[in-house]
Design a protein around this ligand. Structure first.
Ligand code: SIN
Length: 491
């Protein structure tokens, strides 16, 4: 199916460096694949170290003037960018859906989500305050200034092609940093369209630079940024192994890091929960983007006394989900991003079954006249899952709900925390004392209490343990792009 946009020029096929649209210096290109059909539909530059360096040159040259630009002016440019993103919501939504596979309604929703970060940080730009400190001697004045950290390298994932890059670029630009960015190789088109809109908004040359590279060449680009001492910060969303590689790689130049890494979110249903609300919360959270989010519940714990009632309600809802390609208006679950993703889901289900879990609904790949491609997977509910199964230890990143039964609060908190990861956790209970107790005991950066939809531009998103560090969104999100300078003056 051809990709038709109202504004055709939003479909870009070159890097954006120093306000110029450029092919990769060595001429390479690679295909962008539609995950619904598993076929290529356009191509983009396959960049190398040369392009990565050119982007840093541009960002570094642009830094002094951008840093000195009054915050109010930076905010105005961000507001213009925000308005353009909203104006082009439909085209951006189509790009997201085509390259990432999520249903068009979700694609449109993601554009609003991305825009909300741009608007938020436009507003925060003017609210970056320093401090005056009470000096220990009468002859001294002590002050704290907040300054931009410098050139920021942003490396972003495929699951939210607009929102993840927006929530890194917007605070960086708001703080007065300049940016070099590499979006995921699966989904480069949305970020290129966002860069075109930033260009139209009027950001100066070199303030924002985008370099596209294939999976094979991604490391060559990022390694240049890791080694270059002019890059002062790396911000990354993606897997924990890659996050650790970036932490190691940036050690030689001691860069600041924000790492939003893997999760293994527990979702706990206590016997005093409103079961209908818990099913609603689980459906919203688990099946957002077909289960391909870092904050998706990955382990569902249900108290034995309500297990059967909860499972019955859940199975009815999961069984009625409509799977299909993004462009069909009734599709609720799209294809998975690629063959590797589907293979992992299959492996998790097979491993759980082999170790004694039971599939109540779904459990297989789906291919029919509606889902006419290799990357669809049936929404699935598994019961009898335990902590030793692959689906409990690794992020499945797909539409699978693995359910484990528990008897008491202490047992489930221990199980929920029994993971190296600590991004999000959810629980449902109507007991106020339990809500405070459990929220305090869960080792995660985010806790949804009787709520499955926790993400918002106003809230700090990020994890603890091997889910990373740093926060995105909220007033804390700007701090990640600012450094503290202390001035001491004798008067
Ligand atoms: C993610 O999956 O990494 C982000 C999800 C969100 O922003 O809610």
């Amino acid at each position: 199916m051809p990709l038709t946009l109202t504004v055709a020029e939003l479909l870009r096929s070159q890097n954006f460096i120093n306000a110029e649209w450029l092919d990769a210096a060595e001429g390479g290109r690679f295909n962008v694949v539609d995950p619904a059909m598993d076929t290529a539909f356009t191509s983009v530059p396959d960049s190398s170290a040369i392009d990565a360096r050119a982007a840093v040159d541009a960002a570094h040259a642009a830094l002094p003037a951008w840093k000195a630009t009054p915050a109010k002016q930076r905010a105005q440019l961000l507001k213009r960018w925000h308005a353009l993103i909203l104006q082009h919501q439909e085209d951006l939504g189509k790009l997201i859906s085509r390259e990432q596979g999520k249903p068009l309604a979700e694609g449109r929703g993601e554009v609003l989500y991305a825009a909300s970060y741009v608007e938020w940080f436009a507003e925060e730009a003017t609210r970056s305050y320093g401090d005056i400190i009470a000096a220990p001697m009468p002859s001294r004045r002590m002050m704290v200034l907040k300054e931009p950290v410098g050139v920021v390298a942003a490396v972003t994932p495929w699951n939210f092609p607009a929102a993840m890059i927006a929530r890194k670029i917007a605070p960086a630009l708001a703080a007065g940093c300049t940016v070099v960015a590499k979006p995921a190789e699966d989904t480069p088109l949305t970020s290129l369209a966002l860069a075109r809109l930033a260009e139209l908004a009027g950001f100066p040359a070199g303030v924002l630079n985008l370099v596209i590279a294939s999976r094979e060449h991604a490391a060559a680009v990022v390694d240049v940024w890791l080694a270059d001492s002019r890059v002062r910060k790396i911000t990354f969303t993606g897997s924990t192994p890659v996050g650790k590689h970036l932490a190691r790689g940036s050690a030689s130049t001691l860069k600041r890091l924000s790492l939003e890494l893997g999760g293994n979110a527990p979702f706990i249903v206590f016997e005093d929960a409103d079961l209908d609300a818990a099913v609603d919360g689980l459906m919203a959270s688990k099946f957002r983007n077909g289960g391909q989010t870092c904050v998706c519940p990955n382990r569902v714990f249900v108290q034995r006394t309500v297990h059967d009632a909860f499972v019955e309600k859940l199975v009815a809802r999961v069984g009625s989900l409509i799977v299909g390609p993004a462009h069909l208006a009734d599709s609720q679950i799209g294809p998975m991003i690629n063959a590797r993703a589907v293979e992992k889901i299959e492996r998790h289900v097979a491993n759980a079954e082999a170790l004694g879990a039971k599939v109540l609904v779904g459990g297989r790949r789906l291919r029919n006249s509606r889902c006419d491609g290799p990357n669809y997977f049936e929404p699935t509910v598994l019961i009898g899952v335990d902590g030793g199964m692959d689906c409990s230890c690794e992020e499945t990143f797909g539409p699978v709900v693995p359910i484990t039964c528990f008897d008491d609060e202490a047992e489930v908190i221990k199980a929920a925390n029994d993971t190296p990861f600590g991004l999000a956790a959810y629980f449902y209970s109507r007991d106020i004392a339990r809500c405070w107790r459990v929220a305090g005991a869960l080792e995660t950066g985010i806790v949804g209490i009787n709520e499955g939809a926790i993400s918002a531009e106003t809230a700090p998103f990020g994890g603890v343990k091997e889910s990373g560090y740093g926060r995105e969104g909220s007033r804390y999100g700007l701090d990640d792009y600012l450094q503290t300078k202390y001035l001491c003056q004798t008067i």
